[in-house]
Design a protein around this ligand. Structure first.
Ligand code: BMA
Length: 814
């Protein structure tokens, strides 16, 4: 194959106008206009509102190029577009090549007849998506997602780009993924499929299928090279019969791939080289992780279980929901993906749900999930709307599903295909269409007929689940607790207190969340100093849930004192969010077995905003992300307090029993011990155990509850692992002394650390380094009176990471 990339510098202009600016491909209109200074940064201030004309305009990308001389003589010449966003018309030297209308598929067009020797000109026009849907909206009244420019449902363009309750209304256009010319002579590979068959005694057979498009009649063969994780390789050859070559490779003692926390992620590298007439024609590679994965649903006393079983081990899925990492995806760097996925793994996560309002992610995303042991719950891209079901639309969807299932199947990380986000739940609830047989039939056409039949044909090895949430039976209590997965939003949207999480017993909690402000540096990236106020115009432009800032204050009033500054409001709002998620997750983990997964809403952001994320747009960890690292710990210490009573639990997610020692002490805020004790016991693998049931009615009578905390420490197999602090009044009512904090940086063979000491109880101690984004081993942690906590610096690794480090705690926030 001869490949000529057409990425790089193009020209961009409004359709019908003369003036061109320089454009970058892959890219999108907004990024090009920003670079050319035609528009201001839409993320700053209220600029989002000033650039709406951009998505109301038709745009044209074009460029000239000289065709490589070895392409023209090829038997076939194709134009390959990995991603066109979305309503495109492609012309080559004036000839219309095609129109396209789906940003999620790659296209290949035969362009041999339109190419010229020497200079060529290619142009791609993009219709305004917003104008395109206007007449469709006028004709029909299908539900569009809320908080969004209406009509996204009529296109196959990422729904959340049209706005969401955390995202700006900036649907861009452009050549968002690479584009190239490809010359082929005898044949080329259209698919490399790998399946795994489990034999006896742990033997695994890798079944390889290479799909080939033949151009000439010359015989072809495929050379397969399988490189084992230990570096050894095996090579074999097989003939192409018709359009396929098949081969089975058996592996005697396979190294198994495990989700994060359960073992390693060894990957086998498979390369297929297509040969003809002794010459290489094409090659494709895939990485293979050997594992089995099943979605187990067994009848039990609560209803029906919902458990992912990997290599025979039931896994409690710990993680978050993933949204697009940028409103303008072409600028997402490898480093940004790496930071986000490695941060998920560092917070002990083992699953991410690629939410159906975004898009099917880049290979880079799934590569990292394979490497870090992050299971992927993959929604198809349908969310919170009613979608058309006319033949042309269904055909478009069919092509999209085929393309993406074929692209992603066989990935070690891929755990589930899910039809859509929240549509079945809305149909029987909020939209009130449960009685409309027609709407149900229309919905079923896609999610109960088309998608399951495509998945069972194309990827029978991975389970299909029609919607999230879903109960297992069409339209029957989709968000019920007895079976399937659940979304619980009564905390936050429903204004219920955090304790309401403890009344919920779903089998798998795939969404629940709580908002916070991002870090102050993040706020300052979009907000002038004069607007640093929760209710300022700028701050409200960066809060897309209209009730959001009010809700934060509503909950703040229940838990914390009024912060003394805007900066402290950022800090306290993050503590609130972190505490809310801790309440929920610890409860579901204590109920391990009945519940087998907790994915909070949401891991990341697509712009700097006040949202439910635990990592903000710039990659800064909010308090929640540090809390997640603790509440997703493989062996979790948690305390369920109520009134003056407390139950201390240990939840063991590992496959082995753990010898644990629990030391608890009820102490005053200055450190005087009121009562303490120890428990030594064994906690089975995959089990929760109640270690202590305590009643402090006597010690906490009257005002004493405001003066005391319960400190619990866990030692696992001889190693101290966690310390938690529990109060019996909301933190706002604690009589916290002004704790003095000392920070002492140091370094040893393990790297840079910092010792933090407090003379009295210091709650939610926060370390900050001016102008540096430092990831610590822990942050927003409690220090019992008179103790020292050693915190390690994870990134950056140089000693200067701690220059100017400061610590403060809750008592400094008011
Ligand atoms: C969930 C998601 C999103 C939304 C979030 C917060 O249900 O599916 O639609 O952003 O709620 O409201």
């Amino acid at each position: 194959m001869v490949i000529q990339s057409l990425d790089g510098v193009w020209e961009l202009k409004e359709v019908g106008k003369e003036n061109c600016i320089k454009a970058q491909v892959p890219g999108c209109v907004h990024l090009d206009l920003m670079r050319a200074k035609v528009i201001p940064d839409p993320f700053y201030g209220d600029n989002e509102r000033k650039v709406t004309w951009v998505h109301e305009t038709d745009w044209e990308y074009s460029r000239s190029f000289r065709c490589h001389e070895d392409i023209l003589p090829c038997q076939r010449v194709y134009l390959e577009c990995d991603g066109l966003d979305t309503l495109a018309e492609i012309r080559l030297n004036g000839h219309k090549i095609a129109t396209t209308d789906n940003m999620y598929v790659a296209y290949r067009f035969d362009v041999a007849n339109s190419l010229a020797p020497g200079d060529n000109r290619i142009s791609i026009k993009f219709k305004s998506p917003v104008n395109y849907v206007k007449p469709l909206l006028a004709k029909d009244s299908l539900h569009s997602p809320g908080d969004s420019i209406p009509g996204s449902i009529y296109t196959r363009k990422s729904p959340s780009q049209w706005g969401w309750d955390w995202g700006p209304k900036l649907p861009s256009s452009g050549i968002w993924r690479p584009i190239r010319l490809v010359g082929a002579n005898h044949a080329f590979i259209t698919d490399l499929r790998v399946r795994q068959e489990n034999g006896r005694n742990g033997k695994v057979t890798i079944k390889v299928e290479v799909e080939v498009e033949r151009i000439s009649v010359w015989p072809c063969y495929v050379v397969l090279n399988l490189k084992h994780p230990d570096g050894t390789s095996e090579v074999c050859e097989t003939r192409v019969n018709g359009s396929k070559a098949r081969y089975s490779i058996s592996i005697q003692n396979p190294q198994l791939w495990w989700p994060n926390g359960y073992g390693k992620q060894p990957l086998y590298d498979l390369t297929a080289v297509l040969m003809c007439e002794g010459e290489e024609q094409d090659r494709k590679s895939r990485r293979v992780g050997i594992r089995t994965i099943k979605l187990e649903q067994r009848k039990d006393s609560y209803g029906r279980s919902f458990t992912f079983v990997v290599n025979g081990v039931p896994v409690f899925c710990k993680g978050a929901n993933w949204i697009p990492a940028d409103q303008f995806p072409p600028r997402i760097t490898d480093a940004h993906y790496e930071h986000l996925i490695s941060s998920a793994a560092r917070a002990n996560m083992n699953m991410l749900r690629v939410w159906g309002g975004g898009y099917y992610e880049d290979e880079r995303f799934y590569d990292l999930c394979d490497e870090y042991g992050i299971l992927v719950w993959q929604d198809f891209t349908f969310s919170c709307g009613m979608y058309p079901v006319d033949e042309a639309y269904l055909e478009n969807v069919r092509r999209e599903i085929e393309f993406n299932v074929k692209r992603l199947r066989g990935r070690a990380c891929l755990a589930l295909w899910c039809g859509n986000n929240e549509m079945e739940w809305f149909m029987v609830g909020a939209w009130g269409v449960e009685k409309s047989a027609l709407r149900k039939r229309q919905y079923s056409k896609i999610f109960h007929d088309l998608l399951p039949s495509l998945v069972s044909r194309l990827d029978p090895d991975v389970a299909y689940w029609p919607s999230s949430p879903y109960s297992g039976e069409p339209f029957n209590d989709p968000n019920g607790p007895a079976s399937g997965d659940g979304h619980y939003w009564e905390v936050w949207h429903g204004r219920q207190p955090f304790t309401a999480y403890r009344t919920q017993f779903h089998r798998f909690m795939s969404e629940f969340g709580f908002e916070s402000l991002p870090a102050i540096e993040t706020v300052k990236s979009f907000c002038p100093d004069s607007e640093l106020n929760m209710f300022s115009h700028t701050m409200e432009c960066h809060q897309k849930n209209s009730a959001g800032n009010g809700l934060i204050l509503h909950y703040l009033a229940q838990t914390f004192r009024m912060p003394c500054s805007f900066e402290m409001t950022c800090y306290v709002s993050q503590l609130l969010q972190a505490e809310a998620m801790r309440y929920g997750v610890e409860h579901w983990r204590r109920n391990r077995g009945r519940c087998m997964g907790a994915l909070y809403w949401q891991l990341n952001d697509c712009w700097p905003v006040c949202s439910w994320s635990s990592i903000d747009y710039f990659g800064r960890w909010k308090a929640l992300h540090y809390f997640a690292r603790r509440f997703y710990e493989p062996i979790l210490l948690s305390v369920a307090e109520e009134g003056t009573a407390a139950e201390i639990h240990v939840t063991n997610d590992t496959t082995h029993p753990a010898r644990v020692e629990l030391c608890w002490s009820l102490e005053t805020l200055s450190g005087k011990v009121l009562r303490k004790s120890k428990v030594k016991t064994k906690v089975d693998g995959g089990a929760d155990k109640l270690l202590a049931k305590l009643d402090f009615t006597d010690e906490l009578a009257g005002d004493a509850a405001r003066q005391a905390v319960l400190v619990s420490e866990l030692i696992v197999n001889g190693k101290p692992t966690s310390v938690t602090m529990t109060s019996f009044v909301p933190p706002k009512h604690l009589d916290l002394p002004k704790a003095k904090l000392w920070v002492e940086p140091g370094s040893d063979e393990e790297g840079v650390y910092i010792d933090v000491s407090a003379d009295a109880v210091a709650r939610y101690t926060c370390l900050v380094v001016p102008k540096r984004d430092v990831v610590f081993s822990d942050n927003y942690f409690d220090i019992p009176a008179g103790r020292t906590v050693r915190i390690r610096v994870e990134t950056p690794t140089d000693a200067s990471a701690l220059t100017g480090v400061k610590a403060f705690s809750l008592c400094d926030s008011y």
